[in-house]
Design a protein around this ligand. Structure first.
Ligand code: ZN
Length: 334
């Protein structure tokens, strides 16, 4: 166990939700009858804050929310549907999410099918034209971002859940800067009175990230070319930015649970490549990562792509990246 201040060493991630795409009709309808659901949504709307001048922003995941807050500042109210400790591919739907979507002026989603298993039914039930498909407040966060691993051929039966390219692009700070500029333009268009403030916030934040990026690159520079093993293939953008190889995965395919045959191959590759760090997102099965680490003398590092996913990173994107870089550099130096 590693003792970072940003380290979360509590609950072990459970793998139980993994591999099951959520199905509205089978799961939620059983829990909430349509009438009850409408009633709960209605109560939510009645008890919600009255009309306000602030732009009401809903994001699918907490990383998008952190950047929206940085750009929107005092002029926006931002809420994320997914919690930072949830698997973003498999988020549990709740009636409160429909309420949030009904009240939203802006919806920010990844744009690369990360949320395709759970967002569309919620959006359909919210019936909010401002944020529907081609609505003025519907934002695809990956717009303008160069997507990695866009498959030329797709076979979903084999577990390819990254059909539009790898959707975990925000852990590259340069992509986060692209999104900040994009959100600045969207917010200014929807709320022209605050345009100058959005613009200033974007400039400040982008500048802050550039300054931090130099330090992050420096911290990881001694480990260029080293292999880091990951449970899920969610780090190719981070790997490219910082010169690491994060191309060995405990999952045989994204979303498919590890098998003994596959893990044996990973262990043999780890020995060959002298890989000695295994990263695992908090919502994934840490025990498998520890078993593999035990066989190879590797260190397990618990990671998150979401501010608040690891203790000490609640502050936002910068805090999260600080934590990730520090945790990895320390484990790689061992
Ligand atoms: Zn993924």
């Amino acid at each position: 166990m590693i003792g970072f201040s940003c380290w979360f060493d509590g609950i072990r991630a459970l793998a139980s939700g993994r591999g099951r795409a959520w199905d509205w009709d089978r799961t939620a309808a059983r829990r909430f009858s349509p009438i009850l659901l409408e009633f709960m949504v209605g109560v939510g709307l009645l008890t919600a804050t009255p009309l306000q001048a602030k732009l009401n922003v809903v994001t699918t995941t907490p990383d998008l929310a952190a950047i929206a807050r940085a750009v929107g500042g005092e002029d926006v109210e931002v809420v994320s549907l997914a919690r930072p400790t949830e698997d973003p591919h498999f988020v549990e739907p709740k009636p409160s999410m429909i309420v949030k979507l009904r009240q939203a002026d802006v919806l920010i989603e990844g744009g690369a099918e990360l949320e395709s298993g759970w967002l569309p039914p919620l959006l359909g039930r919210a019936g909010n034209r401002k944020i529907a498909g081609d609505g003025p407040g519907h934002v695809l966060a990956n717009q303008g971002i160069e997507m990695l691993e866009v498959p030329t051929e797709l076979d979903r039966a084999k577990g390819d859940i990254h059909a539009a390219g790898n959707p975990h692009f925000l852990v590259d700070p340069v992509n986060a800067q692209i999104l900040a500029r994009h959100l600045g333009r969207v917010f200014a268009r929807l709320d022209p009175q605050a345009a100058a403030r959005y613009d200033a916030n974007v400039s400040n934040w982008v500048e802050q990230i550039s300054a931090k990026l130099a330090g992050w690159e420096q911290a990881l520079a001694p480990f260029k070319g080293q292999t880091v093993v990951s449970y899920h293939n969610s780090w190719p953008y981070f790997a490219r930015r910082f010169g690491l190889k994060i191309d060995l995965f405990l999952e045989p395919k994204p979303g498919i649970p590890p098998t003994p045959t596959h893990l044996a191959e990973v262990i043999s590759q780890m020995k060959e490549r002298r890989a000695h760090v295994v990263i695992v997102d908090r919502y994934l099965d840490r025990r498998t990562a520890e078993a593999v680490a035990g066989r190879t003398g590797a260190t397990v590092v618990e990671v998150s792509q979401f501010p608040g996913g690891i203790k000490g990173t609640e502050g936002g994107y910068v805090e999260l990246m600080d934590c990730l870089v520090r945790a990895l550099a320390e484990a790689l130096a061992r």
